[in-house]
Design a protein around this ligand. Structure first.
Ligand code: GTR
Length: 413
């Protein structure tokens, strides 16, 4: 092919026009006030957020109001968790027959001698069946029991490669180790495969088949949160882990799971939920971005059957997501959003934090939250409730982890 100056000019022009077209398309889509998805209108317009009243987190079933920590801890907290079990995530099984931990691989000199690697099989038995939850764990060397970040990994196992041949900002193990923390992960697909055809082929069919028979039984997110607690059972036995300082971390569907696991299992010292959106950190009643209806259509197998009745009836849901965050109190919680992730409703997620404050206030744990969605890249770190709204896409990245580490440093030091 002969390439002359005229053809180069033509190619350049075509290239520039394509770039311009993409840029205009991008600007249009990020400014668009509505979209269509699965036959429904998706709202991206603040003006179209309906008026709503959130259920009062402090109002007990008997109509009385929580006045102090004792009321909250002895009565209302359990009521709130029970409502989430019944209407959203399903019942959390407490019992199993036995649990065993096997170290399948070990390297005392991982990361060039900076870390101790253990690959652990967490094996849980119930009614004659068992399930194996593989865990990758790095602890920093020579530091004594280390505080830990446990990631609920909803992406490929390449992200949590124990050999460290493949590295990823989704689970930046070296950075975490060099900051004096241990880091661990398990994969959700080992617990309940993340798709509607197969999600039962794991914990649910094997250990808790009866859950599948009831409309309030747990489904995939419940199973993943249950697994996080079993991994926590292992940490209690590991002398290199500071068991009182284990943080649970998750992104998106993993972020929803982190909130549910952290709300229920008070052994988690801290909760990090990245871009968790609908049925995670965002208020359902705002109906901005992904709604209960859309999440049920696309990912109904994450939630119990009762949740389906709120698809067209969000205001009758007896909870909203601020109550889930409040159930983590008085422990520190941190959530994130990204500018290019309107689907997850950044403002709705921030408002959930603001509305969780009454419970933190009972404990006299004041937060440094500002009155409305903070500006972009202005993290609120030195606070019992932390948050950032960063530039970029729906992801868990180096920026997020850097803030998570700062937040943990603030609370632990
Ligand atoms: C989206 C889903 C979100 C979020 C996300 C993810 O498609 O609509 O609720 O969970 O997936 O997990 O990446």
């Amino acid at each position: 092919m002969l390439i002359n100056t005229a053809s180069i000019k033509r190619i350049n022009k075509a290239f520039l026009l394509t770039i311009l077209f993409c840029f205009v398309a991008f600007l249009r889509s990020s400014a668009q006030k509505t979209d269509k998805f699965m036959g429904e209108i998706v709202n991206y317009d603040e003006e179209s957020v309906p008026d709503y009243t959130l259920p009062d987190v402090l109002k007990m079933k008997n109509g009385k109001f929580v006045k102090n920590v004792a009321d909250w801890e002895k009565k209302r907290r359990a009521e709130v968790l029970n409502l989430f079990e019944e209407h959203v995530y399903g019942r959390m099984p407490k019992a199993f027959d036995s649990i065993r931990f096997e170290v399948s691989k070990e390297d005392q000199n991982a990361m060039g001698g900076r870390a101790h690697l253990k690959e652990i099989a967490v094996i849980v038995w119930n009614k004659g069946n068992s399930i194996n939850i593989p865990v990758v764990l790095f602890t920093p060397k020579g530091k004594g029991p280390a505080p830990l970040f446990l990631l609920i990994n909803n992406r490929s196992k390449r992200n949590t490669d124990p050999t460290r041949e493949r590295k990823s900002t989704f689970w930046p193990a070296e950075t975490v180790i060099d900051s004096g923390y241990a880091i661990a992960a398990f994969n959700i697909n080992d617990v309940a495969p993340d798709n509607k055809e197969n999600y039962r082929n794991g914990v649910l069919n094997l250990l808790y088949p009866e859950q599948l028979e009831t409309s309030d039984g747990m489904r995939a997110i419940g199973a993943w949160a249950w697994a996080a607690s079993r991994v926590m059972d292992y940490f209690k036995t590991d002398k290199e882990v500071d068991f009182k300082r284990v943080a649970i971390v998750g992104h998106s569907r993993g972020g929803k799971t982190a909130l549910w696991a952290g709300a229920q299992d008070q052994r988690f010292a801290m909760v990090f939920s990245s871009c968790s959106g609908s049925t995670g950190a965002s208020l359902a009643r705002r109906q901005y971005g992904e709604t209960i209806s859309l999440i049920n259509k696309q990912f109904g197998y994450w939630f119990n059957d009762n949740y389906k009745q709120y698809s067209k009836n969000v205001n009758s849901l007896p909870v909203d997501q601020h109550m889930l965050i409040a159930s983590i109190a008085p422990r520190p919680v941190y959530t994130t959003n990204a500018t290019l992730d309107r689907w997850a409703d950044p403002r709705g997620s921030y408002l959930a934090l603001l509305n969780a404050r009454p419970v933190y206030d009972l404990y006299k744990k004041r937060s440094a939250l500002v009155p409305d969605l903070p500006s972009v890249n202005s993290p609120i770190v030195n606070s019992i409730i932390g948050y950032h709204y960063r530039e970029g896409i729906h992801d868990l990245n180096a920026y997020d982890w850097e803030k998570f580490i700062r937040f943990a440093n603030f609370h632990y030091n």
